[in-house]
Design a protein around this ligand. Structure first.
Ligand SMILES: [Zn+2]
Length: 394
């Protein structure tokens, strides 16, 4: 199949390539050249016309098991795993229609996301690539304990990591601090000691699994960083009543080029953001801007599913509305959730750029997103593994 378009952004560079011709074979990109579309009397040529083709977006933090309602926790408790799987499939397909061709799921129940991952991987249905953590590792009664990943102490954490690995997860998720979904512990409070987090990282890395740490409070962020986690999720520097970031921790995260997953994005008209976040938003944005200037590697993880403003296709709003506010150029913001996110997720060899040999995960958007990044809010076509899906999401 040959895809022709007016413009291409490859997910890696700084500029637009005019008149690309992308040749796709066996689901991968076989060549990228430039020229006019051949006369399309062949069904194997798709001329997308006056659009920009770019890599599919990669959301580095979603929860397919949460339904993006005002009470996702109760709604999850109400359904069995069979119903949950069907709901998660619908959520994943919504994400795909919104231009998200790879989803890193950072917390499910009973490893249902792995079943969905394997269903799409089988090729039986075109779906996004899913990289799944299974139930997040948390303390007994701690943040999101109801997902089933409770583990205490260094031995308990090691056993939990091994149990996750034996189920075939793609990475480990650990809750370093409390969070906003679970009232048992404040987001600013640490759940695990520095030694316990270090044990988790050693156990995960020994099994060649990356590990992502949910961390809101400053101590949890510092401990997760020192432990050597592969990404810090949220990184909001919550205190009991506000936000307070230690400049030395920000500088060190930058020096290490640490991966920071910025929890961003709400859909237009999607309802209010969580009040605890809303009142801290300006300070959080300012700290994320400081992290960006310091050299941290930042991409959006939307936390899709956790609330009514966060359906599973919200990423395009996060990238276009939020990343520029922390000082990213349009090209940096577009690279964040394509090529950089692919590296963060460990799939940089297959995803995130339009280059020979990569999976043909492509989207088409109007206009020129390097000049006007909100162009990506309108997804006109989506291809995953070279298969065109739906008609995109307007
Ligand atoms: Zn989350």
């Amino acid at each position: 199949m040959l895809i022709a378009a007016a413009r291409l952004f490859d997910g890696h560079g700084h500029s637009i390539v005019p008149n690309p011709l992308i040749d796709i074979a066996d689901g991968r990109i076989a060549s990228v050249t430039q020229g006019n579309a051949p006369p399309s009397n062949s069904s194997s040529t798709v001329d997308l016309g006056d659009v920009t083709v770019m890599p599919g977006l990669i959301d580095i933090h979603q929860h397919l098991a949460f339904d993006a309602s005002d009470d996702p926790v109760s709604h999850l408790a109400d359904v069995d795993d069979g119903t949950l799987l069907l709901r998660m499939r619908a959520a994943a397909l919504r994400a795909l229609a919104g231009g998200i061709t790879t989803i890193r799921d950072l917390g499910d129940r009973n490893y249902v996301s792995l079943t969905l991952r394997d269903w799409f991987r089988s090729g039986a249905e075109a779906g996004p690539e899913i990289l799944a953590a299974g139930p997040p590792i948390t303390t007994t009664g701690g943040h999101c304990w109801f997902l089933g990943g409770a583990a205490d102490g260094e031995d308990g954490i090691r056993e939990a990591v091994q149990a996750h690995a034996s189920r075939g997860v793609d990475l480990i998720k650990i809750m370093a601090t409390g969070g906003n979904l679970t009232p048992s512990l404040g987001p600013h409070e640490s759940q695990y000691t520095a030694a316990e987090l270090a044990a988790a990282v050693r156990a995960a890395h020994a099994l060649h699994l990356p590990i992502a740490a949910h961390a809101h409070g400053g101590q949890g962020i510092a401990d997760a960083m020192a432990a050597g986690v592969d990404s810090i999720e949220h990184c909001t520097f919550f205190t009991a009543d506000g936000v307070d970031a230690d400049p030395a921790v920000i500088a060190e995260l930058g020096r290490r080029k640490a991966v920071v997953s910025v929890t961003a994005g709400t859909i237009p008209g999607g309802g209010p953001i969580h009040p605890a976040i809303a009142k801290r938003m300006a300070a959080i944005v300012s700290n994320h801007a400081a992290l960006h200037r310091a050299g941290a590697r930042i991409a959006c993880g939307t936390d899709a599913g956790v609330g009514p403003g966060k359906p599973h296709d919200v990423l395009r709003y996060a990238v276009s509305n939020v990343l520029p506010t922390i000082g990213m150029s349009n090209a940096q913001a577009l690279r964040a959730n394509t090529s950089l996110a692919a590296e963060i997720c460990g799939v940089g060899d297959r995803k995130g750029t339009i280059a020979v040999g990569k999976d043909a995960d492509l989207i088409a958007v109007p206009g020129n997103p390097l000049e006007e990044i909100t162009c990506i809010q309108q997804v006109l076509a989506v291809f995953v593994g070279g298969r065109r899906v739906g008609m995109g999401s307007q």
